[in-house]
Design a protein around this ligand. Structure first.
Ligand SMILES: [Zn+2]
Ligand SMILES: [Zn+2]
Length: 400
């Protein structure tokens, strides 16, 4: 299928480079943690209002929604950008490094916010020609995976209800000018689980008078290793890792309690649910055998991020127009999580990855969440052009 992507968008996005850099560096100097994005939200709301958008603040605590109303009736497309920083002390030595000790934009959400303002600026300049409307969603608290849900609870997906949703992540480990656009699962779900096994304490020399929580936990943990290997289709990726364990109080006391916790990653909601179900069976069975009891607490961080195949094809076409067909790959999948998945669970759309690898004189790029994390700012006009094109094309064609 051919695309009618307007190359003027890419030119205009490049001409915006100075403004994108200014926005991003200002945000980079003033990072704010999850649900504390007051200054950032103020800057976003002010810029959107200046462009003539209808602006709503305080959506999901510190989230901002801007609506760009087109000149003709048509569908609604949602573009989502995250705004929060991380509790990390910046060690980059950049001239515009964080001015707040212990806080840093180490995931590139400053660039996402700048890209979002760039897309709003670009599409506002073409408003007279635009059917439907664009709903800009500036989200707090992606890093603790609470922001998307908070904004949904506050109605971001209602009046107007979006017909399609798009978002992106800049990626320091992928070269600038490259993109990953993939239909179906792209990134994993994330859960944290906490387990408490309760037995009955006793003298270490008289174990028959108690229920040894350490022995019960040892059996349960060994059994847990069979959940992924024996109960999940080998073609379905899944990870169950236990990262912490504690229990007991003295060498000669039968431990009454053992606590352990871990993380669960899957690419499919049904697989995730099956694993949780199997965990309950393992704990229930093992504890019943020994006369112990258990509590399993799952704190859900994000569902698997699953793109609509047609929406992904739409993004791939536009990205290929801007970056070249060879620059758009359909992988790799990663076991990291992203709460844009909450949106894509409810609205068909596509989240994609744009390469932002910095030139570090031959040194390897630092990963996301590193105190030395950097990006190449050239990614920003590319992100603006792709998202503006994706939104405009969708609104014009009223379909992918
Ligand atoms: Zn992150
Ligand atoms: Zn991120």
């Amino acid at each position: 299928m051919t695309s009618s992507f307007d190359p003027a968008l890419a030119v205009a996005a490049q001409e915006m480079m100075g403004q994108l850099v200014a926005w991003r560096r200002d945000l980079h100097r003033h990072p704010e943690l999850a649900f504390q994005e007051h200054r950032t939200a103020g800057l976003v709301a002010g810029s959107l209002a200046q462009l003539g958008l209808e602006v709503q603040t305080g959506v999901g605590q510190t989230g901002v929604v801007g609506i760009l109303e087109g000149a003709r009736p048509g569908p609604t497309v949602l573009l989502r950008f995250d705004m929060d920083a991380l509790p990390i002390n910046e060690e980059t030595g950049l001239t515009y490094k964080s001015e707040v000790a212990g806080k840093m934009h180490a995931c590139g959400h400053d660039a996402h916010t700048a890209i979002g303002l760039g897309v709003a600026t670009l599409l506002a300049s073409r408003q007279d020609d635009l059917p439907g409307r664009v709903k800009f969603m500036f989200q707090p608290a992606e890093e603790i995976a609470g922001g998307a849900r908070a904004m949904i609870a506050d109605g971001v997906l209602e009046t107007p209800v979006p017909d399609a949703a798009f978002g992106l992540h800049v990626w320091s480990m992928t070269a600038v000018g490259q993109a990953v656009v993939k239909g179906g699962p792209l990134w994993a779900s994330a859960d944290k689980f906490d387990v408490e096994i309760t037995g009955r304490g006793a003298h270490g020399a008289l174990p028959h008078q108690g229920v040894d929580a350490i022995v019960v936990a040892a059996h349960a943990i060994t059994q847990l290793q069979t959940v992924v290997s024996r109960s999940i289709d080998p073609l379905e990726p899944a990870v169950l890792s236990i990262g912490e364990i504690s229990g007991g109080s003295a060498f000669n006391v039968i431990a009454e309690r053992v606590m352990f916790s871990g993380t669960l990653r899957t690419f499919d909601q049904a697989v995730r649910e099956l694993i949780i179900q199997r965990m309950h069976k393992v704990f229930g069975g093992v504890c019943a055998a020994f006369g112990a009891s258990y509590a399993l607490d799952i704190s859900f961080h994000a569902p698997p991020l699953v793109n609509d195949p047609d929406a992904a094809e739409h993004v791939r076409r536009i990205a290929a127009e801007i970056l070249g067909a060879d620059a758009v790959a359909d992988g790799p999948m990663l076991t990291v999580a992203e709460d844009m998945a909450e949106i894509l669970n409810r609205v068909p759309g596509c989240f994609f990855v744009l390469g932002a690898m910095p030139d570090r004189n031959g040194l390897p790029a630092e990963p996301h969440h590193s105190p030395r994390f950097e990006i190449d700012e050239q990614v920003m006009p590319l992100g603006v052009a792709i998202l503006a094109g994706v939104a405009e094309e969708y609104l014009r064609r009223r379909r992918w």
